[in-house]
Design a binder for this molecule. Sequence first.
Ligand code: IFM
Length: 478
Amino acid sequence: MTTQETQTQADITELKFPPGFVWGAATSAYQVEGATAIDGRGISIWDAFVRRPGRVVAGDNADVAIDHYHRYRDDVRLMADLGLSAYRFSVSWPRIQPAGAGAVNQAGLDFYRRLVDELLEHGIEPWLTLYHWDLPQALEDAGGWPERDTAKRFAEFAEIVHEALGDRVRNFSTVNEPWCAAFLGYASGEHAPGRRDPAAALRAAHHLLLAHGLAVQAIRARDAGTRIGGCVNLYAVSPATDSDVDLDAARRIDGLQNRFFLDAMLKGEYPADVLEDLSAVSKPDHIRPGDMETISTPFDVLMINYYSRFTVTGVSGGAASAAAAPTDSGSPWVGSEHVSFVNGGRPVTSMGWEIDTSGLLEILLRVKREYPAIPFVISENGAAFDDVVTGDGAVHDADRLAFIAAHLRTCHEAIAEGVPLEGYFAWSLMDNFEWAWGYGKRFGLVYVDYATQERILKDSARWYAETIRRNGLSLPAE
Ligand code: IFM
């Protein structure tokens, strides 16, 4: 060893993760699969939504996406090359049940059987998400998530998927980010199905949670050994100032984004102050006796998607304006439309999202402190930046690498503080269809050339592979 190497090693500290820490990456069906019109797949709300003018930037759609449906073998090989211990993917409901109820499309299930087998052959643990926003259009035509029946259909779908794959998939999760599905889908209309009806969004939120609980029960009844996850997207929330209106704005946004879902799933109740905020929008007559017990059926792992912190400010008299909120508000913040989001003075990603690792620590410590004990994983964390392929065919995404390294360092700190964090999934494995933003926002560790479908490992992917190999983070000594 040369002096230079000795010196370099001495200057590096390594933060080791616990043995067995899950190193993963995540995608979702609609964002990566493509192949939307073959092998018997039905239509989802996103297939319909992307065809509505002006809903998706540049009129992009996911008919082809990154063609994971056909390229999954190569993609799994790439995951194995990175050393991933787990791959989080979702199954497409309309691929499996084209009409959202009744007849099962075996060709659709076969795709996931092939994918799962391929993963297992490469030593990669499949983490299967049942719902990542692609509701069968037939169910939306029947009323969608604001209808209670959709939750019952979802539990049947969960049974079908578990029947087909439960022998090989140990980790199931129910609904990805119910906040987005309810409030972006039914209140602001930024996501499919594009409705702007705050009262419908509240019913949707409840039924998405009910769907979660019913699916936990259905899977549990089939097999006590399956590990079941519930997935929420949590944000740290700060008031812009310590004025009463800003403090109240922070309480409201934290209430609807975080506590509404955590309290329901883990404590079996909705927070009283949030119900009060929402009372002007609709009567909660969709909440039936027994629902909260169903929603809070114990599950095994809390899957936390973390991206950013919200800094918020209120407007005096806002509660009154919220009470008078028009049904076509275009805001996802039902009951709190007067709240504004400001920049808290931190750097941002290309989504405009503030980068704040302290928010992740805050969230993890808070959930550990305030809720019944349950293991956690970070089921999504990552960042979009404007990547470019350089002349040498590389993608030097220093910003993303630094983002992930900083968040992993925070995960390490959280574990040292006793947070039961068992794994980390980078969002995303590959660049893909970023919903209403189309292909313009790249979150991948792996760059995808959308014209040729070529996959190129970004610097962050190479670095992540090395981190996985060492089961630890190398940091320059301070
Ligand atoms: O791409 C999405 C994903 O589908 C859900 N969580 C947030 C990601 C980035 O916006």
